[in-house]
Ligand binder design. Structure first.
Ligand SMILES: [Ca+2]
Ligand SMILES: [Ca+2]
Length: 390
């Protein structure tokens, strides 16, 4: 009863303060806005998708990725950013914004599904306008035009090898990043989706965006020192809300997690950097705080014991993906270290697509940002000087 009154009051507040069903409560009604007032859009100094110069690797990755049949990049996040100064301590082209843009409610579907696969969840994309007037693609502005990685286990294509040792790697083309590089093979299990960039160049994307779960193989030729950059996405059914119909709850948050193992000995582990760029569901905007620890900006959110009750009115926090985030010289000092999770914590110990290849995948650690449930787009980076000892 008490909760009903609170919800009613919240609805009334919303109705009088902001017209339109998708609009958010006025700033005055939310305590968190005090901390972000005037700082909305401060991502400008750290670059954004729409502002990437044409022809750069970054713009190839972040702009022009609108799926077929959707609006073009003209509405991409960041195009309307005010030209506010970069936050103190952050140079242009580095790090992440020190303030989030918040949206509330469902996104409009702009791509009904990237992949049709029997038995899989719908891999749709949506767009939503945040309170500060920016348009965001959710769950992430992926680049589906990238080469698809090869299959180790993919129920959609029907290619399922019994073990990694059986994989015919020659079926996976070698992407040439550096002509004078070395050939490296890598294996990935991502919950749910990854894009791999090496030395600033696109290598391959996950063939299956959402579910079923799959294992992929990538091959590339690149030289040291080598910069690995990965876009990792935990997909969603309720676009803009960060939730899916699961475990008897229509608004269940899903958990993320990714493990990658490369033939040069590089593996995913806590030595990687990891920053979150799309956080949902949030019961309240105040549930996100941004803490500075040394150089790192930590996007701190609660470990809700169960999905929040906001359902269709949950908030989402968006951060603009900085230009050039895949490049070797990108300054990731403001990105926190990745967090490593056990297979049980990441819900992979009961996924045969993971356990069937554990001999190989188990050499790496399952990593993500600090919140496995709420952080849905996570960018990862690792600089490698040379091959690791076998
Ligand atoms: Ca996948
Ligand atoms: Ca999630």
């Amino acid at each position: 009863m008490k909760m009903n009154w609170i919800l009613l009051l919240l609805c009334l507040c919303t109705a009088c303060a902001a017209p339109g069903p998708a609009a958010s409560p006025a700033a005055a009604s939310d305590p968190s806005s005090a901390g972000t007032a005037g700082s909305g859009g401060s991502a400008a100094g750290s670059g954004n998708a729409g502002a990437a110069p044409a022809g750069t690797a970054a713009s190839a990755a972040n702009a022009g990725t609108a799926p077929a049949g959707t609006a073009s990049g003209a509405t991409d996040a960041g195009t309307a950013l005010p030209s506010t100064a970069a936050p103190a301590g952050q140079g242009a082209g580095s790090g992440t914004a020190s303030a989030a843009s918040f949206s509330q409610g469902r996104a409009a579907t702009v791509q009904p599904g990237l992949l049709a696969c029997r038995g899989g969840r719908t891999s749709a994309l949506g767009q939503i306008v945040s309170e500060d007037g920016l348009t965001w693609t959710v769950p992430a502005k992926v680049d589906w035009t990238m080469n698809a990685a090869g299959d180790v286990s993919n129920p959609c294509s029907g290619v399922i090898y019994r073990s990694i040792a059986d994989v015919d790697v020659n079926r996976t083309p070698i992407v040439e990043v550096d002509p004078d590089g070395v050939v490296i093979t890598g294996y990935f299990y991502a919950d749910n989706y990854f894009e791999l960039y090496v030395n600033g160049k696109a290598v391959a994307r996950d063939p299956v965006p959402y579910t079923p779960f799959n294992v992929a193989v990538v091959r590339f030729k690149a030289k040291y020192p080598m910069t690995y950059a990965i876009r990792a996405v935990d997909w969603e059914e309720n676009l803009g809300l960060g939730t899916e119909n699961n475990r008897g709850n229509a608004y269940q948050y899903g958990d993320g997690g990714i493990v990658g193992v490369f033939s040069d000995g590089t593996v995913t582990d806590a030595s990687w950097k990891a920053q979150s760029f799309y956080i949902a569901p949030l019961q309240s905007k105040a549930d996100l705080t941004i803490e500075r620890q040394g150089d790192a900006l930590i996007h701190r959110t609660p470990d809700y014991n169960s999905p929040p009750s906001c359902n269709d009115r949950c908030y989402a926090a968006h951060f603009a993906v900085p230009d050039g985030w895949t490049a070797a010289n990108f300054d990731d000092a403001s990105w926190p270290q990745a967090s490593a999770y056990s297979a049980r914590e990441a819900g992979m110990d009961n996924k045969k697509e993971f356990t069937d290849y554990r001999d190989t995948l188990g050499k790496g650690q399952i990593i993500w940002s600090g919140n496995l449930n709420l952080d849905n787009e996570v960018l990862l980076r690792r600089n490698v000087e040379g091959p690791s000892a076998p």
